[in-house]
Design a protein around this ligand. Structure first.
Ligand code: PGA
Length: 254
């Protein structure tokens, strides 16, 4: 059974004090992790404070990125080894903003995915899709390529733990989510790609998320689809109330 994963991505928002207040506020309000897993990916600066505030340890405190070397002369970078030592379970790799603003290529993302696995953590690999590519009918090729490139050289044993997110960049931050049909189609495509690279069994066990303007008023419709195992929410993960609503999506209707 694939346990749903409701993950937030704070991006470059909040202060340390706000991060602490958020984690304190969600204590006792999130579902049991064996029913619905919840995670917040936050700036590395906040992680230690968030871990301290996370008394009931239901929320998974995750990282938004890391470097692909474990340590060394890489000024300013975030060590995957150090993240693992802090007991961080998940690291987002290949978010479209990292691809666009920080020039992360498929090769860099693949190295990061390998570094995350090497250090005993799980990557949440994001696959992008621009409206131009969708309209030109190129989308299948594009998403499949991104998944294949991110997983190059990754063993089936590691890949069995991966989380992949279908994140059309035309929906991110736009206020308008993909329709549930579009989300289902993207997530299905990712699962098929995993089946082609590895096996049906592996693909059936892996969680595939949808991301792009997910909100409390559209999450239930997205989560109702068979290939959507969770969400990666940006804006609506910032406020405690809306993240708590997302996490408890089973009580919402849309
Ligand atoms: P959004 O961001 O929910 O604010 O659209 C999603 C993401 O970038 O992962």
């Amino acid at each position: 059974m694939r346990i749903p994963l409701i993950a937030g991505n704070w991006k470059m928002n909040k202060s340390v004090a706000e991060a602490r207040a958020f984690v304190t506020a969600v204590q006792g309000k999130l579902p049991a992790p064996d029913k619905v897993e919840t995670a917040i990916a936050a700036p590395a600066l906040f992680l230690e404070t968030m871990l301290e505030a996370n008394v009931d340890q239901v929320l998974r405190v995750a990282a938004e990125t890391c470097y692909y070397e474990d340590e060394g002369a890489y000024t300013g970078e975030i060590s995957p080894k150090a993240l693992h030592q802090m007991a961080i379970p998940y690291v987002i790799c290949g978010h479209s903003e990292r691809r666009r603003y920080f020039n992360e290529t498929d090769d860099v993302i693949n190295r990061k995915v390998q570094a995350v696995f090497r250090n005993g953590m799980t990557p949440i690999v994001c696959c992008d899709e621009t409206m131009g590519r969708r309209e030109s009918g190129e989308k299948i090729h594009w998403v499949v390529n991104q998944v294949s490139a991110a997983l190059k050289g990754v063993s089936a044993e590691d890949a069995a733990r991966i989380v992949v997110a279908y994140e059309p960049s035309w929906a991110i931050g736009s206020g308008t989510s993909a329709s549930s049909d579009q989300a289902e189609e993207g997530c299905y495509l990712i699962r098929q790609t995993l089946a082609d690279i590895y096996s049906d069994d592996l693909a059936n066990g892996v969680r595939v998320l949808y991301g792009g303007s997910v909100k409390p008023d559209n999450i239930a419709g997205l989560m109702a689809r068979g290939n959507v195992d969770g969400v990666l929410a940006g804006g609506s993960s910032l406020a405690e109330d809306s993240f708590i609503q997302l996490a408890n999506y089973q009580n919402l209707e849309n």
